[in-house]
Design a protein around this ligand. Structure first.
Ligand SMILES: Cc1cc2nc3c(=O)[nH]c(=O)nc-3n(C[C@H](O)[C@H](O)[C@H](O)COP(=O)(O)O)c2cc1C
Length: 173
């Protein structure tokens, strides 16, 4: 199937999670493309979308939220999975706007969502970001678990393999 991996990332850590998911899906035989959310101009030749975002101050980045809004109708007619990446130490459900995420998942008809631990390198942060994070208990370092990422991507591949092939339905049909 034709898979679009599209990820909003400020410092690259979440984009690399998206690439890792894309690699697993490509190994499973899918035709995978990675495009930044703001650069997507059509979903006509896309069957499956994996949409991800880093979480900043409890929200998905605007580029990913805008993508979900802009392509809402088309996404409903495609197979969509979403993922978040952040460093909240509390369960993601209480830390990262669970209602907002639930609404987004429903809007695009997502088949699943996964939260992954991210990366915090204070040296690469802008001054304002450093000030924001100063009081938080987020731990410096790369906490990404690429085994967990690959395992989730394999789950997606398995689900796709179990689904009947179908042509995307044009919006309004
Ligand atoms: C200013 C700032 C605010 C953040 N706010 C959150 C947050 O609210 N919840 C969370 O889980 N992680 C938060 N994080 C952690 C980021 O989501 C994490 O560093 C992520 O891996 C960054 O991904 P990126 O490199 O793709 O931008 C924050 C990080 C920074 C620097």
């Amino acid at each position: 199937m034709r898979v679009l991996v599209t990820v909003a990332s400020r410092h690259g850590a979440t984009a690399e999670i998206g690439s890792a998911i894309g690699r697993v899906l490509a190994e499973a035989g899918h035709d995978v493309r990675e495009v930044a959310p703001e650069d997507v101009t059509s979903l006509d030749d896309v069957d499956v979308v994996v949409l991800g975002s880093a979480v900043y101050t409890a929200h998905w980045l605007p580029a990913a939220r805008d993508f979900a809004r802009r392509w809402e109708e088309e996404l409903r007619h495609r197979r969509v999975w979403v993922f978040s990446s952040g460093l909240a130490t509390q369960p993601a459900a209480s830390a990262n706007s669970p209602h907002e995420l639930m609404a987004l998942r429903e809007r695009v008809g997502a088949l699943g969502h996964r939260s992954f631990a991210g990366r915090l390198l204070r040296s690469e942060l802008a001054f304002a970001e450093r000030a924001l994070i100063a009081g938080a208990r987020a731990k410096e370092g790369d906490h990404r678990d690429f085994e967990a990422v690959a395992a989730w991507a394999r789950e997606i591949a398995d689900e796709l393999a179990a689904m009947p092939q179908r042509t995307p339905v044009a919006p309004g049909n």
